[in-house]
Design a protein around this ligand. Structure first.
Ligand code: TRP
Length: 453
């Protein structure tokens, strides 16, 4: 890449702007929609412990590595891998890692946008009073009839994709930074209020017990894989999203401190969502393993029956849509940055292309909830297959390669200089985690799933 192209590459206005954007990317449907339902499907406590361990031992070191790779090269993920491989005298095939990420981003966004569309539709449902005094059965049938309608899902998916592209087209500084500035604090406050409501349901203890009392007999090999995959998904790592955000990061920012802050916030939000949702699940006699509809079948009960629930419900789903938007833009930014920097497209063209592809792919997920719900590939609906393929396979494989690259391929003095840790011990700890612990853990979980272990 030429120097002029490199200098076109944008930069965040401050460390705070990066923190906002990366937290915006991390906190999203993964925390509020996905974490509770997969925890419910996998039996609770034991799953949560494995997830937390994965965040700490695999997620955080890889997130630091991914940010570092991006910042060192200041280019899009495909070019980053090319340049850094060259710098380390390594094989040029490393740039396929960038490709894997771009494809994973498209696939994830294709279903992410459909679910974010559900959240958008629920803003309207909250507004028109659909939840008012409703019981669990009514809320469930409201959800069931909604997802049974391809037309409605297509409408909301299209709207969400359009909103995503409108933000991305404005670029990192004006579009992305501004979009996340107010969202995080507001979402946080609403979640705290929901937790307060959960305490009044009479099933608070049961919810807490489900989340935090481990019963390892309930955890399957696939459950362990799901927990690990979710650590990648929720931190937005393994596909180049954090790499591209890191590439906009000024040189003088401490990567380790920043990453701890972001991962910590992300984890707290997920746990708060779980603490708010499970008491409602038990108080209403619902199934924790209800699947992807879980929050849409539980939270409206709370909104329909609490004082001020009308306004509160609207605000909550609005926040959820915004949290999803600040995540979805990071799923498509690697592809857009690459098209602009290497294929000579304007940002508009790049957005139209990548947005259209993702939008079309989304139809697969939409139909898997209605007209194609019986269609199973490898025993899974299209939605489940996409989710499994991306979160459980592509992200961990991407993360594994990032770890190997940062731990074994890059020159020691380069990683040390780039990370600029406060002391030698923390650098050594990172080095140990990234070179041995993280890659070995991913590998062992894979072996466990295919039954070798
Ligand atoms: N982390 C986001 C969430 O939890 C989803 C997401 C955004 C993501 N960008 C990503 C997942 C990149 C994997 C890779 O909702």
């Amino acid at each position: 890449m030429t120097d002029t192209k490199k200098s076109q590459h944008s930069q965040w206005s401050s460390r705070f702007a990066f923190i906002l954007a990366a937290t915006g990317s991390a906190v999203g449907l993964g925390n509020i929609w996905k974490f509770p339902y997969i925890t419910g499907e996998n039996g609770g406590g034991a799953f949560v412990i494995v997830y937390l361990l994965c965040v700490l031992l695999i997620g955080i070191p890889i997130m630091m590595a991914e940010t570092m790779l991006g910042r060192r090269s200041r280019q899009n993920p495909i070019e980053t891998m090319k340049t850094l491989a060259k710098e380390a005298d390594a094989d040029s095939n490393w740039h396929y890692l960038g490709w894997l990420g771009v494809i994973a981003g498209f696939l994830i966004l294709s279903y992410y946008s459909v679910i974010a569309g559900w959240a958008s539709a629920y803003v309207l449902k909250a507004f028109t009073g659909s939840f008012f005094s409703a019981d669990a059965a009514e809320i469930k049938s409201l959800f069931d009839s909604f997802v049974a309608s391809p037309v409605q899902l297509i409408f909301w998916h299209s709207l969400f994709m359009l909103a995503t592209m409108l933000i991305v087209v404005r670029g990192v500084n004006s579009g992305i930074e501004r979009a996340v500035r107010f969202l995080m604090p507001s979402l946080f406050v609403l979640l705290m209020l929901l937790v307060a409501y959960a305490m009044t349901t009479g099933s608070y203890d049961q919810g807490i017990k489900f989340l935090f009392t481990p019963d390892f007999s309930k955890l399957t090999a696939n459950g362990v894989l799901t927990a690990m995959g979710h650590a990648f998904f929720t931190l937005s790592i393994g596909m180049g999203a954090i790499m591209v955000y890191g590439s906009y990061l000024p040189k003088d920012v401490s990567i380790s401190k920043t990453v701890f802050l972001i991962a910590g916030t992300d984890t707290v939000v997920a746990l708060l969502a779980g603490i708010a949702i499970f008491p409602i699940v038990f108080a209403s006699g619902l199934e924790p393993a209800a699947g992807p509809g879980l929050i849409f079948q539980t939270l409206p009960i709370a909104f329909g029956n609490m004082t001020g629930g009308w306004l509160f419900g609207i605000l909550f789903f609005v926040m959820l849509v915004f949290a999803a938007l600040s995540s979805s833009i990071s799923l498509i930014e690697p592809a857009v940055a690459w098209l602009v920097e290497n294929k000579n497209m304007s940002r508009e063209q790049a957005c139209i292309w990548s947005g259209s592809i993702t939008w079309l792919l989304g139809f697969g997920t939409i139909f898997s909830f209605n007209i194609w719900s019986e269609l199973k590939i490898f025993d899974r609906t299209i939605f489940h297959l996409l989710d499994y393929l991306t979160a459980n396979l592509m992200l961990p494989i991407g993360g594994f390669c990032i770890a190997v690259f940062a731990g074994w391929i890059m020159k020691h003095q380069h990683t040390e200089q780039e990370l600029d840790m406060p002391d030698a011990i923390s650098y050594q700890a990172w080095k140990l985690l990234i070179s041995y612990v993280a890659p070995a853990a991913v590998f062992l979980v894979f072996l466990h799933v295919i039954g070798v272990l």
